[in-house]
Each structure stands twice: as structure tokens, then as C-alpha cells.
Design a protein around this ligand. Structure first.
Ligand code: EPZ
Length: 459
């Protein structure tokens, strides 16, 4: 199988030393100075949104599914892959480095890890995106050893990986940290050993890494206090198609009976609930009506009540969500607190806060997952929002209007929150540093402009 990235994937995701800067997060530094780094979005606010948006496959599922391919020497075929995302490109770069052959066409990706020739995931690739730490479990499980760079912190918090490493140690792995690298070895015989792992804290990534590692371990692994996110169930379902023996998906106790090997499979990536929720809040802010195609409302159960309380109408039509808001009726403020699934997702907190800036009355937004996830606050304030941060809570006092301004943000969801604000603000908003957006939102400009937004990307 040939690697055919040029077909559909943006090759510009490769590192550019020229773009390094001490005050930029590693993920940002990896972006070339000639692309998203200098590009910006120019938005003229005030248009209502009407039309249809096709929801992409979930980035946060796709990144892990790609790592699952490492568990087998046979080909994993993934459908409904989100296209042209920088994070996906970074994962392709890493798998390519390990020796996988990758074939991409439109939303299809085939990965064959039968040709892997190294178990070394280098700093230069891992530093771009934390999701690359998810190669650790699969490499260790299949090859009995792995050397993976520590991903480091990022703009939204320190984000350690101690839970991943502790879990692997409990499966018999010997782990040392050397020169910024995790060096992991399976016990004698080269195979991890199943056991009961109780996570002291709910972690999406640690649950995924351990679940993948356990598929090829000797005996049974029980993951207790596991994360229940739909992306974890999606990964588990794909692993089952590959021959893994897993039960308890979607609950906080996942049981995995190890098998000797996994085989080829085909799997369609779950719809992106965060992209869906983002467009739901876009129409809540602008007014109008959107049909979000191939979405999954059931995965947004924590978003629906606060949106309805705010004054938005939501209905389901087979796989589509129809969301509308009559602009003549003011939005009402409501409180939220982020929590692990099925609680309110931290990845929708910034967008929700952006919406709250236009709601009548005061609302409180509490962030419990990451310690530094209010970077959108000063930027929203520049657009006229009235927000006071106290510890991990923010009190938002709604205003009638926002005013366009040049803004920028240092992470993906904060950036999109500013785009939403720009869609309703009076006048022109310029969102700088859009490489963050390009990490996780497929064709956001195309999707929004097709529904009437006045938004364009300029260099
Ligand atoms: C995933 O990150 C997502 N990333 C994040 O999405 C998402 O915000 C997060 O889950 C929570 O839902 C991907 O799926 C690629 P965690 P992850 O481990 O797995 C602490 C986006 O915008 N922790 O559940 O890294 C950690 O610091 C991104 O798309 C430890 O202390 O998140 C955090 O406070 C951003 N030790 C909490 O747990 C560990 O070993 C939850 O993190 C691991 C995590």
C-alpha cells in the first residue's frame, strides 16, 4: 500500500523551525509560518445562519483510532475521517515515521502497521500534539517496548500523563523517564499482564491508552473509574471489530480480555459532538435555523437543557439535528459546570461562555477539568463582554451587543468561541492565529459561509 497523503491532506503540517517562538505553545510552533500562522479570519457580524452543515467525524476519536491500527499487522480502514485537520496530519506524520503505510482519499483512511520499523516516537513530532501519546499503549502491547517523547504542557494546563504511566506499570511494564522520553518495556515474554486498574481521576486519554494496551495483554484487565466519553466507546467498538474482547463500554468499568492478536477491520468514525455543539451555539447566537447533518444529539445531553433554557429550539430528524432561534426573543442566562461525560464538556465551555455574553441576566461558568481554560475571557472582553473570573468560575453579565475587534486565542476551542462572537458582533472581527482552529474544525469557513455568514480567510 502506498502513502498518498497528497490526495487529501494538507502537507503544510510539517514542522518549520522558522516558526518557533518561546511564547507559543509547542502545538503552535509546529505550524509553518506560511500557512495558518499568518492567516486570519475576517468576519462581518450580524448575519443570521440558515442552511445545512455536514458534521465531520470526531477529531478526538479519529486520532485514537489511528493509534489502534498499531495493534495489528493487518489493515485498519477508517471511514468518515475528518479531512484537512492539522492534528490528523500530525498523527499521520507520526505513524508514517513509525513505518506505517497510510492511504487517504476523501474521508477514508487505510492504515497498515505491518511495516512498522521503529518503536521510537520522537519529540519533534509528539510535541505538536498531545494526542500522539496514545501510541504508547499500542506500541508497548504489540512490540513489548516503546520509546515515546513526553508531550509536555499546553496552553490549557499542565496536562501530565502520570495516569497513563501508572496504569501501564500496574500491567507489569517497566517504565523509566530519560531525557524527556518515556521508555517502557513489557515484562519478560514481551506481553503486558492484565489486572485491575482503578484510576484516581477520570482521564479520557489514560482510559484509551490502557484499553488499547489491554487488548493484547495476558489475562483480564478491568479499568475502574474509566472515562465514558463517546469517543472511548467508538474506539472500543473499533477494537472489537479488530478482534478485541471488551465489555462495559460507555460505563465507568471497562473489562478487556486479552487476545493473542488483532486483525483487519473497517470502522466509521463517530460524529464530532464538539463540532455539532459549536454550530448549535452559533445559531443560538446569530438566530436563524440550521440542519446539522449526520450528528448525534444523544451525545450532547448535557448541552440541550441549558440551550433550551436560554431559548433555543432543538429537534431531531433521523440522523440530523435541527436547531433554531427566533432572534426577536432575547436569550436567557443559565449556569453550567464542566464535568467528565456525560456532564457538560470542557471542549464546549468557551463557546458556551461566548453565547452567555449575549444572554439577559448573569450566568456562571465553572471549569473543573483544566486549570487554565479561560483564555477566551480577555479576548471576549475586548469585544465588549462583561466577564469576571473568580478561581475556576466566571460570571458573565450579558450585554445586548458585542463589538467587532481584532482578537486571537491560544487554543482550539477558545479560538472558535471568538469566531462565534464575531458572527454576531457589530462590525468587523479579525481572528488571528487561526492555526488553532485548523487543528480541529474541518472547513469552518466553508461551512459557515454556506449558511450565510460573512466570513473569509485572508493571508
Ligand atoms: C482529551 O484530552 C481531549 N483530547 C481534550 O480535547 C478534552 O478536553 C479532554 O479529553 C477532556 O474531555 C483528545 O481527545 C485528543 P484527560 P486528555 O486525560 O485525554 C488530568 C480539544 O479541544 N490528567 O481526560 O488529555 C488532566 O490534566 C481537546 O479537542 C492527569 O492529571 O484529557 C486534566 O485535568 C483539548 N494525569 C484531567 O485529568 C493524567 O495522566 C482530564 O484530562 C492524565 C490527565
Amino acid at each position: 500500500m502506498q502513502t498518498d497523503k497528497a490526495n487529501t491532506w494538507d502537507k503544510e503540517a510539517s514542522p518549520s523551525p522558522a516558526s518557533k517562538s518561546a511564547d507559543m505553545p509547542a502545538e503552535a510552533q509546529a505550524k509553518p509560518a506560511t500557512s495558518g500562522g499568518l492567516d486570519k479570519l475576517v468576519i462581518q457580524g450580524g448575519q443570521e445562519l440558515y442552511g445545512e452543515i455536514a458534521i465531520s467525524g470526531a477529531k478526538n476519536s479519529a486520532l485514537k483510532l489511528m493509534c489502534a491500527a498499531l495493534l495489528s499487522e493487518e489493515t485498519l480502514r477508517l471511514e468518515n475521517m475528518p479531512n484537512s485537520l492539522r492534528d490528523i496530519n500530525s498523527q499521520i506524520e507520526l505513524l508514517d515515521h513509525l513505518g506505517c503505510t497510510i492511504d487517504c482519499k476523501d474521508d477514508l483512511m487505510a492504515i497498515n502497521a505491518g511495516t512498522v520499523h521503529t518503536i521510537d516516537a520522537p519529540y519533534d513530532i509528539v510535541r505538536k500534539m498531545r494526542g500522539s501519546i496514545l501510541v504508547l499503549g499500542p506500541l508497548l502491547a504489540r512490540f513489548g517496548e516503546a520509546r515515546v517523547s513526553l508531550p509536555g504542557g499546553c496552553a490549557i494546563g499542565t496536562r501530565p500523563i502520570d495516569l497513563h504511566l501508572e496504569g501501564l506499570k500496574q500491567m507489569g511494564a517497566e517504565i523509566i523517564l530519560d531525557d524527556g522520553y518515556v521508555i517502557a518495556k513489557a515484562p519478560a515474554g514481551g506481553r503486558l499482564i492484565g489486572g485491575k486498574i482503578l484510576f484516581p481521576k477520570v482521564s479520557v486519554g489514560a482510559t484509551e491508552n490502557l484499553m488499547m494496551a489491554a487488548t493484547l495483554a495476558k489475562g483480564t484487565t478491568i479499568l475502574a473509574n474509566a472515562a465514558c466519553e463517546p469517543e472511548i466507546s467508538d474506539l472500543g467498538e473499533c477494537l472489537i471489530k479488530m478482534g478485541a474482547n471488551i465489555s462495559g463500554l460507555g460505563t465507568s468499568t471497562i473489562t478487556i480480555e486479552g487476545v493473542d492478536s488483532l486483525h483487519s477491520a473497517q470502522h466509521s468514525v463517530v460524529p464530532d459532538r464538539i463540532e455539532t455543539g459549536t454550530y448549535m451555539m452559533a445559531v443560538a447566537m446569530t438566530g436563524g435555523e440550521l440542519r446539522l447533518k449526520k450528528a448525534k444529539l444523544a451525545h450532547l445531553s448535557a448541552l440541550i437543557p441549558p440551550l433550551e433554557r436560554a431559548g433555543v429550539k432543538i429537534t431531531e430528524d433521523n440522523d440530523d439535528i435541527i436547531i433554531s432561534r427566533d432572534k426577536s426573543v432575547p436569550l436567557k442566562g443559565t449556569d453550567i459546570m464542566t464535568e467528565p461525560y456525560p456532564g457538560f464538556p470542557t471542549d464546549l465551555q468557551a463557546q458556551f461562555m461566548s453565547m452567555m455574553t449575549l444572554c439577559a441576566g448573569a450566568s456562571m461558568v465553572t471549569e473543573t477539568i483544566f486549570e487554565n481554560r479561560f483564555m477566551h475571557v480577555p479576548e471576549l472582553a475586548r469585544m465588549g463582554a462583561d466577564i469576571t473570573v473568580q478561581g475556576n468560575s466566571a460570571i458573565v453579565r450579558g450585554a445586548k451587543t458585542l463589538k467587532g475587534a481584532p482578537v486571537m486565542a491560544t487554543d482550539l476551542r477558545a479560538s472558535v468561541a471568538l469566531v462565534l462572537a464575531g458572527l454576531v458582533a457589530e462590525g468587523e472581527t479579525i481572528v488571528n492565529r487561526i492555526y488553532h482552529l485548523e487543528r480541529g474544525y474541518e472547513d469552518i469557513v466553508g461551512k459557515l459561509s454556506a449558511c450565510g455568514a460573512n466570513i473569509q480567510k485572508v493571508h
